[in-house]
Design a protein around this ligand. Structure first.
Ligand code: HSE
Length: 345
């Protein structure tokens, strides 16, 4: 079945998603009966295009990856120059992919795009943490009222499964507590500082160069990125209703190589740990550096890897570990949401 897809934002994650959707075209069709048609793309800086018959993804990607504007992609009869909101309203799409930049403080512009898409009758797949951190209840309610789906598998661990795992494999379990390493940049930095005596600034510069860090790396090193993820887990998984300001937050900017060396002498290792639990009906959540003993499973998670442990009543402790960022990994998170929306429609 053909489904009309639009994509708002056309950066690294969006391009990763389009690459996967094109590479897996045959499989999507033969195994899942899914024929996605990319009818519009709009990006605040790169321009927009809308075309009834769909864009040829490989040539479109080649055009954008070469640094050209979206408006200058040549397709007969295409409409260019629409802004994101006009694109959402006019494209008559089944699914909107929202992959604009993340603003954890306001959730914008993604939240406005998502509200408009849901109102217009489009299901939504996003990896944008902002709207899910700040407006989870409202957006789920809007999706239900408009009889469409709202999915965000990649907001916590990018392509490593979290919500689908809980929804299907761990259904019926009471999740009492969640704890993990939710930021790749800081875990990478702490590993480099310990293993190679690399100064803090050099480790951060390397994390930025490798593309792990947020546009403003303060979000990583001061714990705001992990905080957004633990707010999402608290509200979506533990059923809480907390805001970012309810979470105790300490980043890693105060940790020196000397602190790390001393911890090592004690047989311990610093990790930026995010945790949340239900305590007498209330959610208690925090993000802070902790000295873990070396036999703690989270102490063994090195580099830009993320890990998350769910403490469940039926299945014991379940830990998932994997990439928490990356063009293809995060693009895959969008792809799996889009495929699951197709399967549930
Ligand atoms: N900057 C984030 C990290 C990217 O380092 O984990 C994924 O949210």
């Amino acid at each position: 079945m053909k489904r009309r897809i639009i994509m708002i934002g056309c950066g690294v994650v969006g391009q990763g998603f389009l690459r996967i959707m094109d590479d897996k075209k045959q499989l999507l069709s033969s195994k899942y009966g899914f024929e996605p048609v990319l009818v519009a793309v709009a990006d605040k800086l790169k321009g927009s295009i809308m075309t009834e018959d769909g864009l040829d993804i490989p040539t479109f990607l080649e055009h954008v990856e070469a640094g050209n504007s979206i408006d200058s992609f040549q397709v007969e009869g295409a409409i260019t120059g629409l802004d994101s909101m006009e694109t959402i309203r006019q494209a008559n799409a089944d699914i909107m992919v929202e992959v604009t930049y993340t603003d954890i403080k306001t959730g914008e512009p993604a939240a406005t795009h998502i509200r408009e898409a849901l109102k217009t009758g489009e299901s939504v797949a996003t990896t944008n943490k902002g709207p899910v951190t700040l407006h989870f209840d409202e957006l789920c309610r809007m999706a239900e009222e408009n009889n469409v789906l709202f999915r965000f598998e990649g907001v916590v661990l990018s392509g490593t499964p979290v919500f689908d795992l809980l929804e299907y494999c761990l259904a019926l379990n009471d999740i009492k507590e969640i704890e993990g390493i939710l930021n790749g940049t800081t875990n990478f930095m702490l590993t480099k500082m310990e293993e190679e005596n690399m100064p803090y600034e050099d480790a951060l510069a390397l994390a930025q160069k490798l593309g792990y860090a947020e546009a403003d790396p303060t979000a990583d090193v001061e714990g705001y990125d992990a905080l957004a993820k633990i707010v999402i887990l608290s509200n979506v998984v533990l059923g809480g209703n907390i805001r970012p300001e309810d979470v105790e937050r300490v980043g890693i900017s105060g940790i020196t190589i000397e602190d790390i060396r001393k911890a090592k002498e004690e047989g311990k290792r610093y990790k930026l740990i995010a945790s949340t639990r239900k305590e007498e009906g209330k959610i208690v959540a925090s993000v802070k550096p902790e000295k873990l003993s070396l036999n703690d499973p989270l102490a063994g998670v090195g580099g830009a890897v993320n890990a998350l442990t769910f403490k469940t009543d039926l299945s014991g402790d379940i830990t998932v570990q994997g990439a928490g960022a990356g063009k293809i990994e995060t693009g895959f998170a969008i792809m799996i949401d889009v495929l699951n929306i197709h399967r549930e429609m």
